[in-house]
Design a protein around this ligand. Structure first.
Ligand code: ZN
Length: 469
């Protein structure tokens, strides 16, 4: 698409996902269709989290004294905090923050909950709104002042090894989620200056958007004992000694929905993977006066059959031209459209239209196998979307061997550029400044040989850079 930014803005409105006309900058309304997509995404995520985590819900307001406790941490957010200062007409004794993120609301409670090693591990998550007074240009779902879908997990462990093991779990869950959504990603370890303040290290997932810039869509942090020391979270070990706990946290947001929309959409509008689509199948009966009853009897039965099998299915019986219906459901991204007319009934066929490829499938209708037959097409759509979007991410990732090639490649092709790097903060910051790009991080699994592309010292990492959202 020619202008992604404009396309993205328009599709949120056309496909009835978000209404961004709410009278506070950076805050939008989830419309029913958008909310359904959001809910389907969260259901998919929570089903995986629930295998070993439990859902909780903490208050939205945080006392100033708790927020201020972590000096390193607050530094990242202090200019962006919303404050509640009054209750009715009364000035509050203590200012209360609308959570910019939840560590300072959750960890004082962890300090109360953890007494002995018997209380560990704790693995909880919540889905909440968080608030940031963004001063940069806001953009629905991507840069907002109220993040309405912040799903955050917090875990507490007795040992560093267990916390490290938990990091792998967090990374695996997010990888699985993005795979199910057919959203491509590159995993890297953020550089020291861009890790979560107070953490040991941060692992991040980045997707390359159609305009070549990357969008961070999920992060997993090893917090070590920093917050345990700040909030005094300790347990008594078997020798009755007090030990600090080890913590991890991982989170993702509305940006995942933005990623789904951006990864698959085309000039005709939204393309949704079946797993999040409000309707996986839209049945359009082709009705003429004389055979209306036969066709509708058939499509009603088909709709009920698919719904009973758990396939989200609707039927469009409105008295408007079929072409108008096709246009509308294509625009809204319904993965599969099923057309049934009188001639199809005679021939015992149904006509399937794939939104992702535009392919028309004339399928033999068999009452006993139709559910499986349609499910197989839906599964194929997911698989094909995944292959296509992963290929895009791969094609837009380039390894280069000279500094000149870094800026040339970024400016001409966009995407992610990788190269050998020494890993020094000063050198990294010079690269960022010189080329007006961000170092996303390093790939821990890649071994390198040779010199740093910038300073010539021994290279220790394969670095990733891009323009970012
Ligand atoms: Zn260097």
């Amino acid at each position: 698409m020619k202008n992604f930014s404009e396309w993205f803005h328009n599709i949120l409105e056309e496909a009835e996902i978000i209404d961004s006309r709410y009278p506070i900058k950076g805050m939008s309304v989830w419309l029913p269709r958008g909310f359904q997509i959001r809910k389907n995404m969260l259901n998919t995520l929570e089903e995986m989290l629930n295998k070993e985590h439990e859902e909780v819900l903490f208050p939205m307001l945080i006392p100033q004294s708790d927020l201020a406790k972590e000096a390193i941490y607050v530094k990242g957010f202090e200019d962006e905090v919303y404050w509640v200062t009054k209750g009715g007409a009364n000035e509050l004794n203590e200012k209360l923050a609308l959570r910019p993120t939840s560590e300072t609301s959750i960890y004082p409670m962890f300090a109360l909950w953890v007494r002995s090693h018997m209380d560990l591990p704790i693995k909880v998550y919540q889905t909440v709104s968080t608030f940031r007074y963004e001063t940069k240009h806001t953009r629905p779902l991507i840069r907002v002042r109220e993040i309405t879908t912040f799903n955050e997990t917090h875990t507490v462990h007795a040992t560093a090894e267990e916390a490290e093991e938990q990091m792998k779990t967090g990374i695996q869950i997010y990888s699985d989620l993005f795979d199910k959504l057919a959203v491509p990603y590159t995993i890297s370890q953020r550089p020291e200056w861009d890790k979560f303040p107070g953490s040991e290290y941060t692992i991040a997932f980045d997707m390359i958007m159609p305009d070549g810039k990357t969008l961070q869509i999920g992060t997993v942090h090893n917090l070590g004992t920093t917050f345990a020391k700040t909030f005094d979270i300790t347990y008594e070990d078997e020798q009755s000694e007090h030990q600090y706990v080890y913590q991890t946290t991982y989170g993702l947001s509305d940006r995942v929905i933005a990623a789904v929309i951006a990864a698959h959409g085309d000039e005709k509008g939204l393309v949704l993977p079946p797993i999040v689509a409000p309707e996986e199948v839209m049945i359009v009966p082709i009705i003429f006066k004389e055979n209306q009853d036969d066709v509708l009897a058939f499509t009603d039965a088909l709709e009920a059959k698919l719904q009973d099998a758990g396939i989200r299915t609707k039927q469009d019986k409105r008295d408007i031209r079929p072409g108008k219906k096709y246009y509308e459901w294509e625009n809204k991204g319904v993965p599969l459209r099923v057309e049934v007319g009188p001639r199809d009934l005679e021939n015992k066929k149904i006509v399937l239209n794939r939104r992702d490829t535009g392919e028309k499938i004339f399928m033999d209708y068999n009452e006993d196998t139709v559910v499986d037959d349609i499910q197989a097409v839906l599964d194929q759509i997911t698989e094909d979307l995944k292959v296509k979007s992963n290929k895009f991410q791969e094609d837009k990732t380039h390894y280069v061997e000279s500094l000149k090639a870094v800026s040339k490649t970024i400016n001409k092709k966009g995407g992610i550029v990788t190269f050998n790097w020494c890993g020094d903060t000063e050198c990294g910051k010079q690269i960022e400044e010189e080329f007006n790009i961000d170092i996303l991080g390093t790939q821990p699994q890649v071994e390198v040989e040779g010199e740093c592309i910038h300073c010539g010292k021994e290279a220790k990492h394969r670095a990733l850079v891009s323009k970012t959202y």
